[in-house]
Design a protein around this ligand. Sequence first.
Ligand SMILES: NC(=O)c1ccc[n+]([C@@H]2O[C@H](COP(=O)([O-])OP(=O)(O)OC[C@H]3O[C@@H](n4cnc5c(N)ncnc54)[C@H](O)[C@@H]3O)[C@@H](O)[C@H]2O)c1
Ligand SMILES: CC(=O)N[C@H]1[C@@H](OP(=O)(O)OP(=O)(O)OC[C@H]2O[C@@H](n3ccc(=O)[nH]c3=O)[C@H](O)[C@@H]2O)O[C@H](CO)[C@H](O)[C@@H]1O
Length: 338
Amino acid sequence: MSTILVTGGAGYIGSHTVLQLLENGDQVVVLDNLCNSSFESLKRVSELTGKEVTFVEGDIQDSSTLDDLFSHHKIDSVIHFAGLKAVGESVEKPLLYYRNNVYGTLVLCEAMAKHNVKNIVFSSSATVYGDPTTLPLHENLPTGQPTNPYGQSKLMVELVLRDLYQSDNSWNIAILRYFNPAGAHPSGRIGEDPNGIPNNLMPFITQVATGKREALSVFGDDYDTHDGTGVRDYIHVEDLANGHLKALEKLSEGVGLVTYNLGTGQGYSVLDMVREFEKQSGQAIPYNIVPRRSGDIAACYADPKLAKEELDWTAQKGLAEMCRDSWHWQSNNPNGFK
Ligand SMILES: NC(=O)c1ccc[n+]([C@@H]2O[C@H](COP(=O)([O-])OP(=O)(O)OC[C@H]3O[C@@H](n4cnc5c(N)ncnc54)[C@H](O)[C@@H]3O)[C@@H](O)[C@H]2O)c1
Ligand SMILES: CC(=O)N[C@H]1[C@@H](OP(=O)(O)OP(=O)(O)OC[C@H]2O[C@@H](n3ccc(=O)[nH]c3=O)[C@H](O)[C@@H]2O)O[C@H](CO)[C@H](O)[C@@H]1O
């Protein structure tokens, strides 16, 4: 049994990961400032698992909070989810994003080094590949030019972690590049709860289904894809969460620095998603084709082989489960955790 510090553990991916860690018998300490989440998610995780989570409300940028936390809890490893993730907002407020995501990670790593905790799993994103020139995307491809400060902040942290490892190879670092998370815990008790108008496709679709939004805007139908709409690699959040447990196991072998894609390897278009969601939910999803969204790319999907070979991890759940579980969550919680 290990004790894991989960930063950003009250959020969407964090809460699903905390649940699996508890089910695995690990002790969990969550550090979250609740800027994009609520404590309710962790309360429900405790209800679902029958286990307690230690919660510290605080900011990763605050070194005294971290000092205190590492002094009071014997942490074995850190899973670092805490970050801001709204692409559009990052264009308007780049300094906020660089401060929170990059500076926050520096403060966290400094505290880890000070307390001799040197195992970290970091939430990166397929956005670090930029606009792909070859597909599927595998980890050895050079990183590209992310089109916004959010994406840049992920790439910057990857570079920081690489330099950190170069300087001291007693660190064990897993960089996980997520493709497009979707779905929710099958209980319908926890799920994605975006603030305001959702940027991402699945939460927008589920809000159209509940009647909260009138119609989906499909951003462009003239891409070079099978039906002209954007193609992405959607991955069930439970599979994604499980990838973190596998990454922790790998770190415990003392692997150094490793980078893995977490995706299914299968791309689906926006219209594929709409059709599957309608099938699974029985709800009609009206949509309008509108111009392309700036910064969007035609297609993006993973080569997931490396994670299979080295982590013994493959995504188990398909699009039907993602749509069914997203709908189950949203229809039971039309206002999210509120
Ligand atoms: N959801 C996605 O599509 C996606 C894709 C790729 C990468 N990621 C990354 O995965 C991580 C988790 O994403 P998510 O979808 O669960 O987002 P989320 O917003 O639901 O969770 C992030 C959590 O971090 C907390 N947080 C933010 N800044 C903090 C700070 N300075 N100190 C303490 N807590 C802070 C928020 O309150 C929230 O609970 C993020 O780093 C995100 O960038 C997400
Ligand atoms: C430019 C941008 O935002 N990039 C972020 C967004 O990528 P993505 O653009 O991959 O995710 P997304 O969920 O915003 O969009 C998926 C697909 O749906 C399309 N779509 C989306 C919403 C909508 O209302 N209508 C519509 O047609 C969109 O054009 C794309 O083809 O999310 C990722 C994580 O999941 C990363 O965080 C990316 O950095």
